[in-house]
Design a protein around this ligand. Structure first.
Ligand code: SAM
Length: 442
């Protein structure tokens, strides 16, 4: 079933929003608030530069994620008979997309994003003789982002005070159906939506949050019904994206869909008992992937590990898991009084903690570090699954697609993207990525 979207009027204002996006056109509304925050195009460009900065710091840790993603996209592309147009939604810099291969295998590749700089950089990275096959389209891939942001700017710049703005913005978050503006996108034989769905509502929401905070010096997250409003926007984005995929994929076409479905680990959700079990689990995993062997192989690393082990044994592992002070202090005293009498369990937990603290200091080979981080994430996932916080309700998304007639085939895949590994486990630094390939079922 295909959906025909109707062109709507925006919110309570009579501003028709149908038609093709012009990325660099700036309305007078945007000019009103230009002092507070960049235009939508610059906002997306800035987000692209931030991702670039993270990639230049942690890019080596991203390799397994990029390799797996490219492999799965190539394999999905191979299942398509007619290789006319490939459409890449929210393409950005195409880091995890095999752009060169798509340009070789398809007649025409269309990249779509609101961040034009990143897409241009992506095209510059492929051989010159293939570049003419790639079209860059600077466009909103949702029906609502551009209109939502425009309305939010207008509300924020014309509100009498913070309360007035809050009430009017809440109305905007709850009337998203009125913001419909159909993205101008081609039909395609292969549609790639990679790591985009979770970002759609997040970008729009972050833009409004920043604008509000700049103008009023307070945070939208403190609004009484903020969670309800935010959740309405995120649900709307899920339906919107399912509708888009269904409307751009030709009847013989294939969709590759992947998203960051969870982020973690979030230590604040982990009890001290779970933390101990995680360390128990981690010892075995570290052993299996050779972390301790690599530490032992180099005397200077072994010395650092040994020092850390002794310190942690004497003072106790730090108390980030929220252990009560009394229990924590008891352990510390017990260890100081009787360091040789540490139980085997306690010793191996300390060893796991000490090895984890050696990571991200440029001492161990990068592949050992990556395996060690994967082991940490798997341990959290097994012992404290709640520590990987869900970002997108992909079950609802797949159900929506199913209702349109797009169904997964082949096997679903799942892997970790070590986005900011060095903050793990103190702060959530990794994404769980899930992917599916879908086609029309009759
Ligand atoms: C996490 S990135 C995807 C990864 C990207 N392929 C890369 O190379 O890093 C998400 C992308 O979605 C884009 N995006 C988010 N909301 C969008 C919207 N409403 N319209 C178009 N692009 C959007 C962002 O600009 C960003 O490039």
């Amino acid at each position: 079933m295909r959906v025909l979207l109707l062109c709507g009027l925006v919110y309570s204002f009579s501003v028709p929003l149908c038609g093709v996006d012009r990325a660099d056109s700036r309305s007078s509304l945007e000019a009103d608030t230009a002092d507070y925050i960049p235009s939508l195009g610059s906002f997306f460009g800035l987000a692209g530069r931030k991702l670039d900065a993270i990639a230049s710091e942690y890019g080596l840790y991203w390799q397994p994620h990029l390799t797996e993603s490219r492999r799965l996209i190539r394999s999905a592309a191979r299942s398509i008979e007619r290789r006319g147009t490939a459409l890449v939604l929210g393409a950005g810099k195409c880091r995890e997309i095999p752009l060169q291969q798509l340009a070789r295998d398809f007649d025409h590749v269309v990249l779509v994003d609101l961040d034009s700089v990143s897409m241009r950089e992506a095209v510059e990275l492929i051989p010159e003789f293939l570049r003419h096959k790639v079209e860059i389209r600077v466009s909103d891939i949702t029906t609502f982002t551009r209109s939502f942001v425009k309305m939010a700017r207008q509300i924020i710049s014309t509100s009498r005070d913070v309360k007035d703005a809050e009430i009017r913005l809440a109305g905007l978050y709850l009337s998203l159906d009125h913001l419909v503006r159909i993205p101008d996108l081609p039909h395609a034989d292969f549609v790639v939506s990679s790591l985009v769905l979770a970002e759609l509502a997040r970008y729009a929401n972050t833009y409004v949050a920043q604008l509000f905070s700049q103008k009023f010096g307070s945070e939208i997250s403190t609004w009484k019904n903020y969670e309800e409003l935010r959740s309405n926007l995120f649900h709307f984005a899920i339906e919107d994206h399912a509708r888009l995929l269904a409307s751009v994929t030709v009847p013989t076409g294939v969709v590759y869909f992947a998203d960051t479905t969870a982020r973690g680990p979030n230590l604040s959700t982990v009890s001290s008992a779970e933390r101990e079990k995680i360390l128990d689990e981690l010892v075995g995993r570290f052993e299996r992937v050779g972390v301790f062997r690599k530490i032992q192989a180099r005397p200077e690393i072994w010395n650092t590990f040994d020092n850390l082990f002794k310190k942690l044994s004497a003072i106790g592992m730090d108390n980030t898991a929220g252990e009560t002070e009394i229990v924590y202090l008891d352990k510390v005293i017990e260890n100081i009084e009787n360091p040789d009498g540490l139980s085997t369990d306690w010793r191996s937990r300390v060893a796991a903690e000490a090895a984890a603290r050696l990571l991200c200091r440029g001492r161990l080979p990068i592949d050992t570090e990556i395996s060690a981080y994967q082991a940490i994430l798997q341990s959290y996932q097994v012992i404290a699954p709640q520590s990987m916080e869900s970002l997108v309700d992909h079950k609802t998304f797949l159900k929506d697609l199913n209702e349109y007639g797009l169904k997964p085939f082949g096997t679903a895949a799942s892997w970790f993207w070590l986005e900011y590994p060095c903050s793990i486990p103190r702060k959530p630094g990794a994404f769980l990525v899930n992917s599916w390939t879908l086609r029309w079922m009759n």
